[in-house]
Design a protein. Structure first.
Ligand SMILES: Nc1ncnc2c1ncn2[C@@H]1O[C@H](COP(=O)(O)OP(=O)(O)OP(=O)(O)O)[C@@H](O)[C@H]1O
Ligand SMILES: [Mg+2]
Length: 260
């Protein structure tokens, strides 16, 4: 699905991503772990077109997608979730989902004059789709609530929901579990597993919560100092000497994260 070859992203003289090479197989859930500052978020940002790479190559299903802007990747089905921007807080959860671009008609003058019925039909379809997504995520009760008023975890579910408004193929999630309570974290985990099993979504998930990684991942990649340090099952990763050292080297907090 995705191949990353010798990817670099430097900031001045600092090598945040320093020759990362990895493969993401289709229809898998990959957990991306590593101590703080390992370069995980930077790697995501480069793959998702948010940051240009310093060098290296990213391909998706064999096609070179290196450095493509986010909206082009979006149309190819590659999505990275973003926090719901402040401007959208006063809109309802349903409306937030309906805002996701998806080639709606209605923008051109021609359509405004001649396509009123079509626009109304599309809006109805969009509304129905948003309701289906809310239902899938078990948050139908939040439909008419303002996005700014729901909890942090519910917002994360809504962010995941946005990827379901389009035909996503691969979704990159950066710390979906941060600051989320156990119950909601389980709901998020279940949604990820169901999207994977029922809709063939491929996921790459950055997370410090090892229980969560263990529960959802088929495969785990550990990064440290901008490189891929080890790959395998979570058990293999946790037993890997280099991995333990990398976590130990960056302090007690990181060591505890690994013990999870
Ligand atoms: N825009 C930037 N300018 C300069 N340095 C940056 C920039 N973005 C990230 N870095 C540095 O690159 C390194 C990797 O950061 P990154 O955010 O990718 O790590 P991470 O693995 O996501 O860490 P965490 O687990 O804490 O989120 C860090 O040392 C960070 O300070
Ligand atoms: Mg990060």
């Amino acid at each position: 699905m995705i191949e990353v070859e010798d990817l670099h992203r430097h900031f001045g003289g600092f090598r945040a991503v320093d020759g990362a090479t990895l493969r993401i197989e289709p229809k898998t859930i990959t957990g991306l772990i590593g101590p703080n500052g390992a370069g995980k978020t930077t790697l995501f940002n480069v793959i998702a077109g948010v940051l240009p790479p310093t060098s290296g190559r990213v391909t998706m299903a064999g096609e070179d997608i290196t450095g493509l802007p986010p909206h082009e990747l979006f149309h190819k089905g590659l999505l990275r979730t973003f926090q719901i921007a402040h401007e959208f807080h006063s809109m309802t959860c349903q409306e937030n989902l309906m805002m996701v671009p998806g080639g709606q008609t209605g923008e051109t003058l021609w359509n405004t004059w001649f396509g009123r019925k079509r626009i109304a039909d599309e809006e109805r379809a969009l509304r129905a789709k948003a309701d289906e997504v809310l239902d899938f995520l078990t948050i139908s009760h939040l439909r008419d609530q303002k996005a700014g008023q729901v909890s942090g975890g519910q917002k994360k579910l809504l962010e995941l929901g946005r990827t379901m408004m389009v035909d996503a193929k691969i979704v990159f999630l950066d710390e979906v579990g941060a600051g989320v309570n156990r119950t909601l974290l389980n709901t998020i985990g279940d949604a990820i597993l169901r999207l994977n099993k029922e809709r063939d979504y491929t996921f790459v998930v950055i997370e410090h919560d090892m229980d969560f990684i263990g529960k959802i991942s088929d495969h785990v990649i550990c990064m440290a100092e901008g490189k891929v340090l080890a790959e395998g099952s979570l058990a293999e990763i946790k037993a890997n000497e280099q991995v333990i050292e990398a976590y130990l080297g960056t302090g007690l907090k990181n060591k505890d994260q690994l013990a999870g």
